[in-house]
Ligand binder design. Structure first.
Ligand SMILES: [Zn+2]
Length: 608
């Protein structure tokens, strides 16, 4: 099944809900009826999920609290609770079905769930609130099945107490667990208990416990319908609600900034949502570009501590004891790619694949290409041919065993093949890889190689032809300019990136974007690197995601294997920077089919 989710209407029609990014939070802009159907579908499929309802204030909290952000984005549904989110959706030109608030969702679910014999558990609220809530809802909806209630203490639970509560909830066999612990506690609780609570869905509703138990007054319907519930609550509880008002300008400013960054302008709005900001995409279809090369979006899957050539960086023996932060970040990238219907190439370290098998499978099952970044993140010049070969063969084996698919692509750590280690190309081909994306066509002493050739080409090696897809570079007055990955992407203003993409298109070169999971993680631990290195590693971490959203909105990408497959049909693509004697393409007859078949396999029903 395609990640992340889809739901089936009772009629059998598939209801897909795409996700919409608002300041890094992926909202499902669906209606109440859609939520009911989705929950029913989860129940039929025996899926266990949780739902969060997120107002603007929580979005602002997520910007500073990485744990809350991960707990929110990993939910099965993030629903727009609050008129501010709907206004943001309009500013960002997303189609939406209006607000979905916790109190209304609870009533609808209780009413609708009766015909499906849903069993409800109420967890949260102050002493006696959950009981009062269950009692009143049972009175409002005769036939409502309440499986149990629990008011946990406000103090943190120790592991034994927590296990006892989980057992107590599971023993009642609920379908829906309503969680009223208040934000951000309830989001984190649901994230931690996903899979442990044996219910179809946990739904974090907070204030609904107080409103429907009668403990607090709920705004009258006309006020709610006018979108003024926030003013009503502020009038009743100014001391509790004032902070939300203080934070509102940050939300508004953030949304405007996102609009400008992803759509290129604030006003006037684009004529049609589906056409918004697609200028470059349309340009891409121009004959010179779309036929020759497509673009590729690549991710080097490694940790925050996989920093090369520094004595400060943690040693290989220390890796296992360090905090892993890639899971949440890779998931955010997967969501971004899903939202934009993009299949990317993930260059996995073998070491990472063994520690995150479920994440690797998720990448693969989402239709992305799994390629290799080596096993131990080694540089050819430091380890020599024998160890390098062993390392990249091991990575290939690990990735193929875990995904059950052939791994054809390779990218060396740190783009670290230079003039002295050109033997690495032959080693890469010998290890069974059919294309490589390790060349950084710059004048940098460590990377100086094939510097005039920045389009994909074929390198003939003793082991057979190897397709090389170098990192995109733009020629400016004889110098190379890099804008589309790593620190370059983080540092470059969006307008410069936009100009760079047009230049690439004019030259008939593809756009190769590369990113590391740590580059979208402002909360990562910092290594005390030398000043320049520190700047390169950590500059603008908080703005990378918005640039990636902009790139995904404006460009179309294909997995690199498809690009490589095209090249082996074309003998003119043989490396032009080498001497003519080096550029004979040896024994290429059987290779095009192999790669072509893989591209077709990955496409599923590809028409190419
Ligand atoms: Zn790397």
């Amino acid at each position: 099944m395609r990640y992340p989710t889809c739901s089936q209407r009772p009629s059998g029609q598939i209801l897909a809900h795409s996700k919409h990014d608002v300041l890094g939070i992926s909202f499902a802009l669906v209606s109440y009826d859609d939520v009911l159907r989705i929950v029913e579908h989860w129940r039929e499929m025996r899926v266990r999920q949780y739902i969060v309802l997120t107002p603007p204030y929580s979005v602002v909290l997520c910007c500073h609290d990485a744990e809350l952000r991960a707990a929110t984005n990993q939910a099965g549904l993030v629903l727009p609770d609050g008129v501010g989110i709907i206004l943001a959706a309009r500013i960002l030109n997303y189609r939406n079905s209006g607000r979905v608030t916790g109190p209304v969702l609870m009533l609808k679910m209780c009413d609708w769930g009766r015909q499906h014999q849903y069993r409800h558990y109420f967890y949260g609220g102050a002493e006696g609130v959950a009981d009062a809530l269950a009692h009143r809802l049972s009175h409002m909806y005769p036939g409502l099945q309440v499986s149990g209630t629990c008011c946990p203490p406000f103090t943190p639970l120790d592991p034994q107490e927590d296990c006892a509560i989980v057992e107590r909830i599971n023993a009642t066999e609920p379908d829906i667990v309503w969680v009223g612990l208040g934000s951000p506690k309830q989001e984190k609780w649901m994230s931690e208990h996903r899979g442990r609570i044996k219910a179809t869905v946990m739904i974090g509703v907070g204030a609904a416990f107080d409103f429907h138990s009668g403990r607090k007054r709920w705004a009258p319907a006309p006020i709610r319908n006018a979108g003024l519930e926030w003013a009503y609550r502020f009038a009743l509880e100014p001391r509790r609600m004032w902070r939300r008002f203080v934070e509102s300008p940050r939300f508004v400013f953030g949304v405007i900034r996102q609009r400008v960054e992803t759509r290129g302008r604030l006003w006037p709005p684009p004529a049609h949502p589906s056409r918004a900001g697609r200028d470059i995409h349309h340009d891409r279809r121009s004959p010179d570009q779309s036929v020759r090369f497509q673009n590729a979006f690549s991710v080097d899957v490694e940790e925050w501590f996989h920093i090369l050539s520094s004595p400060i960086a943690p040693k290989r023996e220390e890796w296992s004891s360090l905090e892993s932060r890639s899971g949440a970040n890779v998931n955010r990238l997967l969501e971004l790619l899903h939202d934009h219907d993009i299949r990317a190439t993930f260059f996995w370290l073998g070491w990472m694949a063994e520690r995150h098998p479920a994440l690797l499978r998720r990448c693969s099952e989402a239709g992305h290409e799994i390629a290799s970044h080596g096993y131990n993140h080694v540089l050819p010049r430091e380890v020599g041919p024998a160890v390098f070969k062993e390392d990249i063969e091991r990575a290939k084996r690990v990735l193929e065993d875990a995904t059950g698919r052939p791994v054809r692509g390779f990218r060396v750590a740190g783009f670290g093949i230079n003039g002295k280690t050109e033997w690495a190309f032959e080693t890469i081909r010998e290890a069974g890889y059919e294309y490589d994306s390790s060349v950084f066509p710059s004048y940098h002493s460590r990377r100086c190689i094939h510097r005039r050739q920045s389009k994909p080409y074929v390198i003939p090696t003793g082991a057979g032809p190897l397709v090389e897809i170098p990192i995109s570079a733009i020629d400016v007055l004889g110098c190379k300019l890099f804008l589309f990955g790593g620190g370059y992407l983080r540092l470059a203003p969006r307008r410069l990136i936009q100009w760079g993409i047009k230049r690439l298109r004019d030259c008939g070169s593809p756009l190769i974007v590369y990113v590391h999971p740590r580059e979208i993680d402002p909360g990562q631990p910092r290594l005390s690197l030398p000043l320049v290195r520190r700047f390169k590693c950590y500059v603008n971490l908080d703005s990378t995601m918005s640039k990636l959203v902009w790139l995904c909105t404006n460009c179309k990408f294909v997995p690199m294997i498809e690009m490589a497959g095209e090249l082996l049909h074309d003998n003119s693509a043989v490396c032009k920077d080498r001497s003519p004697a080096d550029c004979q393409l040896p024994h290429v007859e059987s290779q095009p089919q192999t790669i072509g078949q893989v591209a077709t396999e990955m496409n599923g029903n590809s028409s190419e």
